[in-house]
Structure formats: structure tokens, C-alpha cells
Write a protein that binds this ligand. Structure first.
Ligand SMILES: C[S@@+](CC[C@H](N)C(=O)[O-])C[C@H]1O[C@@H](n2cnc3c(N)ncnc32)[C@H](O)[C@@H]1O
Length: 276
């Protein structure tokens, strides 16, 4: 169940107004270029900013999100008909054979249980072509972003078609690795007050690596491997999330090789590219 800030029909339309200018999204466009990704899946696409940017740059884009109200905002934007919007999550996708899947903003941190995170990784794996990549961003717990949030002053924005809206942010619990917070919105035109409660999980690098290892399974050729393997990290301190961008790769399909049925490749022989 997505938070009200994404799913409520009065809150989703004001989300973008409080979300800054999103200059972080150009980095994902550059990554899509670098990986030569033609078909891109945006998991947790929200109000569609990245999906639309990628579509404008000639990518075939699928955006999936469980918050229908956010998808409605996305569908109303210019160029929205170039994107295929799916109401759901990574576990409910049709076969896509995407070159690249992305999770931007807080998306990788909304999965607070190990089970939800693992099911999401498995879902993304199923949506990627062999050799395809998953790129996502996470905040570093050691930066203690929630301490800055606790000091945030109320913000007033004049939202087109809605009027002035005030947003307040309160941190309601810090129980690491979980941090909970509440957004309160006051719609000045009619005095309506709405709140949205959220919890994010701050996974450090070790925890993410362990979670990837938890997806190890025995494949048809008898090899034990994680579904997605880290191939690079990028540090993005200036983005809203201000964290680490992970680049994972689904391993490539193997050509059938002539060898005895009992001969299997050892995990160490499989190798992954060096993590940068
Ligand atoms: C902070 S917003 C980020 C939206 C967008 N990626 C961006 O960068 O603007 C987090 C998004 O994650 C979505 N979300 C929540 N639970 C999800 C789930 N289980 N699977 C996929 N997306 C989810 C929310 O609905 C919301 O749109």
C-alpha cells in the first residue's frame, strides 16, 4: 500500500511542486546512454518525470507504480502517450526483456521488509533481458539525512490549479535501519489538512550485498549465483537522495556448450566485472 503522499488523489497532484527541480534525473539518462539501453523499465515511476525524460530521448519506456493517483498525474503530462504506464509493482510485470530497470528517488528504500525487497529484486530480474542492468539509488545511513529533515522549516508553494499549499515534515521515529516521518499538507484555499506517513529503510552497502546474495539460486546449468550482480557504484552526493547509485547486471544467457552432463562451472569461474 503506497503512502498517501503518492496515492491520495489530492496529494499526488502537489508532489512535484515540493520535489525540487530534479536535476538528478540527467544522471540516469547518461547511464542509459552509457549502457546503450533502448528499453527501460522505471520501477516506482511515481509522477513520471524520469519515464517521460527517457521517452523524449527516444527510449521505449515502461513505468510501473502501485499508486494510481501518481500514475494519473503522469498520464496527464505532455508526451505521456509515449510511455506504457502499468499500475502495479515489480512483482506483477508482464515479460518485457528490458535493457535497463531503474529505481530513482526513495524507491529502493520503500521496501522495509527483507521479503518485499527480495521479491522486488526477483521481479526486476524477470523483467530484464539476460545481460540487462538494474540501476538504483540509496541514501547512506552514515549521512543521517533524517537529522536534516527534523530541522526542515514549513514550505509554501503555489501549485497551478490547486492554489497555495503548505508542507510540513516531522520525523516521527528513528529505529535504524528504519526511519519514519510524516508530511502534513494544508490546502490554503479550503483549509483541508492531510497527512502522509512514510517509513524508509536505510540499508548500508553490506546489507545490500547480503540481500543480493540472498537471491542466489541454483540455475538450470547447476551453478549457484545471485540473480543480479553489482558491476559498478557511483557516488551522487549532490542529488536529493545524496547516496550511492548501484549498477547491477543480470547475467547473460549462456550459449549451450558441449560438455559432460555432470560438469558444472564453479561459482568462482563465473566472475563479475570489477566493482568500481
Ligand atoms: C519518492 S517516490 C519516487 C518516484 C519517482 N521514482 C521519482 O524519482 O520521482 C517513491 C515511489 O515509489 C512508489 N512505490 C511504493 N511502493 C512501491 C512498490 N512496492 N513497488 C514499486 N514502487 C513503489 C510510490 O508509489 C512512489 O511513486
Amino acid at each position: 500500500m503506497p503512502d498517501a503522499i503518492f496515492a491520495h488523489p489530492r496529494l499526488a497532484p502537489v508532489y512535484d511542486a515540493f520535489d525540487g527541480d530534479r536535476d538528478d534525473l540527467d544522471a540516469y539518462l547518461a547511464i542509459a546512454d552509457e549502457l546503450d539501453a533502448r528499453v527501460v523499465l522505471d520501477v516506482g515511476c511515481g509522477t513520471g518525470n524520469l519515464a517521460l525524460l527517457l521517452a523524449r530521448h527516444g527510449r521505449t519506456v515502461v513505468g510501473v507504480d502501485p499508486a494510481e493517483a501518481s500514475l494519473d498525474v503522469a498520464r496527464a503530462k505532455d508526451g505521456a502517450d509515449r510511455v506504457r504506464w502499468i499500475h502495479g509493482d515489480a512483482t506483477t510485470l508482464p515479460p518485457l526483456r528490458a535493457d535497463l530497470a531503474v529505481m530513482t528517488g526513495n524507491v529502493a528504500q520503500v521496501f522495509v521488509t527483507d521479503d518485499d525487497w527480495e521479491r522486488t529484486l526477483r521481479g526486476v530480474h524477470g523483467a530484464l533481458r539476460p545481460g540487462g542492468h538494474l540501476v538504483f539509488e540509496t541514501r547512506r545511513p552514515e549521512r543521517r539525512a533524517w537529522e536534516e529533515w527534523a530541522d526542515t522549516a514549513p514550505v509554501l508553494r503555489d501549485v497551478p490549479g490547486v492554489g497555495p499549499v503548505e508542507q510540513r515534515l516531522q520525523v516521527t521515529a528513528v529505529d535504524l535501519p528504519l526511519v519514519s516521518f510524516r508530511h502534513t499538507y494544508r490546502f490554503l484555499r479550503d483549509g483541508t489538512v492531510l497527512t502522509s506517513d512514510s517509513t524508509l529503510r536505510f540499508r548500508d552497502r553490506d546489507e545490500i550485498e547480503a540481500s543480493l546474495n540472498a537471491t542466489r539460486s541454483v540455475e538450470r546449468h547447476g551453478c549457484l549465483g545471485a540473480l543480479l550482480t553489482p558491476v559498478a557504484f557511483h557516488s551522487m552526493p549532490s542529488t536529493p537522495v545524496g547516496g550511492t547509485v548501484w549498477v547491477l547486471q543480470r547475467h547473460r544467457a549462456r550459449r549451450p556448450r558441449r560438455r559432460g552432463a555432470s560438469e558444472v562451472e564453479s561459482p568462482s569461474a563465473r566472475g563479475s566485472r570489477a566493482v568500481g
